[in-house]
Design a protein around this ligand. Structure first.
Ligand code: ATP
Length: 557
């Protein structure tokens, strides 16, 4: 199917062209009946069989062609979605310019669907418009140059008006889609923050803003519809005028009132009828094109939006091709880290790390400390490949962290962010995250280890709410620890403020679990917590715009 993308369109155009022999047969039968009723009946039976067979062929070609173009359109959409989601996935989760989640979801899932009717309705109509009217014009011109001239003169007005209407249609569709995406993004954002809005009495103001956005979207949608109706009306008007003029000419010609317009001989009844039957078919592809004009505008707007999602932003280190090697779990052995002269800045902002050096022995445990904003999260994200250093070298186990190694290295890392995301689903799926390498037995053990086994037993089969609704901060921290533990291959644990906002008793339990999990592995914890710092043997202090670090032992938190 990939190698002949034109075939579906050609089949559809061929099926439309079959109307020519059908019309010829019908005109011939009526002509024969008018000349001589007896022979006319025999001709009519033969004609009926011919028209029926041609009709069957036409329907088969139409069905085959439609199926092909539809399948191609869906394949193309799937490819575009894959590219867009891959581009989104390649952007760092720490990139604040990333498209809003609601907007991206709306563009990829909903708006992108407009590409299918563009390919499956508009493009076949375009092919038919290119092939069918010229063929019909030729067939008409063979019998009457005047009828052909009438068709020829009325036809160009249609594309002309359509083009005028068309450029407005595309702009209106783009505006409508941006508005729709914006509404999705706004809604998702405010729904996520509903508790804050309610607690601070801002629900009414948000509802008013939402209503305003809804009104604006309605206006833009009406604009698109007005243009779509206008384009149909323009076309219907000109095609009706064209058909009417041909009908008037043929009628008066057969009556002998307008004797000119043919190639010498006057038209017979059959020839006149043939020309008359072809006139509406001449305009049919153009009408189809007009009906699908709006599909083209929406499809192009959706394509432009998908391209927007692929704009470069802050990139993660992405595994190249087949570079990911399966990692065989072995006895835990930590991963060594070497960072030399590493520079990092967010876009044009001042550098967060500059000429930064760090060396960590395999199996070492260290606290990354420093004032808020000094770059602790950035440091962990660089090691996880969630941000890319501008300059300098990062080596894990002696291997440079790049596209060729990241896939394999990442299997041996475990990450616990500052705000672990809890997905809607069971505790178990939230722990396994559908990872192949995580087995059920290990999950049960890790749930017990991380101290949430009691919770699992208290709420069997419980589906956790979106974003962890229904779980306390301490329970979320333990669930995140269970995720770390469920990966037997992890040799480097990167943990960002695991005890933030926890009471001292829960924090102590979380620290115990974390240190238990980290035995034999390399552990880097970004933290402000003196309790946690006191339990870690080495501290690396980052200064603001870190060119320097201070290394110290763990006695003085
Ligand atoms: N996505 C981002 N885009 C631009 N700048 C950012 C982004 N994330 C963080 N920053 C900035 O980078 C700097 C380092 O941030 P980082 O989150 O690493 O600090 P931190 O030491 O982990 O702070 P905290 O202790 O508060 O978590 C800060 O100045 C912060 O404002």
């Amino acid at each position: 199917m990939k190698h002949t993308p034109w075939l579906g369109h050609a089949l559809l155009a061929a099926s439309t062209l079959l109307w020519l022999p059908q019309a010829a047969l019908l005109a011939w039968a009526i002509d024969s009946l008018a000349r001589d009723a007896a022979t006319g009946m025999a001709v009519s039976v033969r004609t009926a069989v011919g028209v029926l067979l041609l009709g069957l062929l036409k329907a088969s070609l139409e069905a085959w062609g439609q199926r092909r173009v539809f399948m191609q359109a869906r394949q193309h959409l799937t490819q575009l979605r894959e590219h867009a989601t891959a581009a989104l996935g390649n952007r760092s989760p720490l990139d604040k310019q990333r498209p809003a989640s609601g907007l991206a979801a709306s563009m990829v899932a909903e708006q992108a669907e407009a590409i299918v009717p563009w390919h499956s309705r508009y493009q076949p109509a375009q092919w038919r418009t290119l092939l069918v009217p010229p063929a019909i014009l030729l067939a008409v011109a063979v019998h009457s140059w005047l009828a052909a001239l009438i068709l020829l003169c009325s036809a160009p007005l249609i594309p002309l008006f359509m083009a005028i209407v068309g450029w407005r249609a595309k702009a209106a569709s783009e505006e409508q889609m941006v508005e729709l995406g914006g509404l999705h993004a706004f809604l998702l954002d405010r729904l996520r923050g509903l508790a804050t809005l309610r607690a601070l009495g801002a629900v009414q103001a948000t509802a008013t803003q939402l209503r305003r956005s809804g009104e604006s979207l309605k206006e833009r949608t009406m604009k698109v519809l007005r243009i779509a109706f206008l384009s149909s009306a323009v076309l219907e008007l000109f095609s009706a005028l064209g058909v009417a003029l041909v009908a008037v000419y043929i009628g008066f010609h057969l009556l002998g009132e307008v004797p000119f317009g043919t190639w010498g001989q006057p038209l017979t009844l059959g020839q006149g009828l043939f020309v008359l039957m072809l006139a509406p078919a001449f305009f049919e592809p153009l009408r189809e094109l007009s009906a699908a004009w709006h599909d083209r505008a929406s499809g192009q707007a959706a394509l432009a939006n998908l391209a927007l999602l692929q704009q470069p932003g802050v990139a993660v280190v992405t595994a190249s091709g087949d570079s990911v090697q399966p990692v065989i779990p072995s006895a835990p052995a930590g991963m060594g880290i070497e960072m030399q002269q590493v520079d990092f800045a967010h876009g044009d902002e001042p550098p967060v790390l500059h000429g930064f050096d760090l060396s960590v022995e395999p199996g070492e445990h260290l606290a990354i400390v420093g004032v808020s904003g000094s770059g602790k999260t950035v440091l962990l994200a660089l090691l996880a490949g969630l941000l890319q250093a501008r300059q300098g070298h990062i080596r894990l186990d002696g291997q440079p962290l790049d596209a060729g190694t990241i896939g394999t290295l990442r299997q041996q890392m475990a990450w616990m962010g500052q705000k672990p995301h809890i997905f809607t689903g069971s505790m178990r799926t939230n722990t396994t995250l559908e990872r192949d390498r995580v087995d059920a037995q290990r999950v049960a053990q890790t749930l017990a280890h991380s101290g949430i086994q009691a919770l699992v037993e208290r709420l069997p089969g419980q589906i956790l709410g979106e974003g962890g609704t229904g779980l306390s901060g301490g329970e979320i921290a333990r669930l995140a620890l269970a995720r770390l533990a469920a990966n037997p291959q992890a040799r480097l644990l990167l943990v960002d403020e695991p005890t933030a906002h926890l009471d001292s008793e829960t924090a102590a339990q979380v620290i115990d679990t974390l240190l238990h999990l980290a035995r034999g592995k390399t552990l880097l914890v970004a933290t402000h917590d003196p309790l946690l710092m006191a339990r870690l043997p080495r501290h690396v202090r980052l200064e603001l715009a870190s060119t320097t670090t201070t290394d110290s032992t763990g006695e003085t938190p």
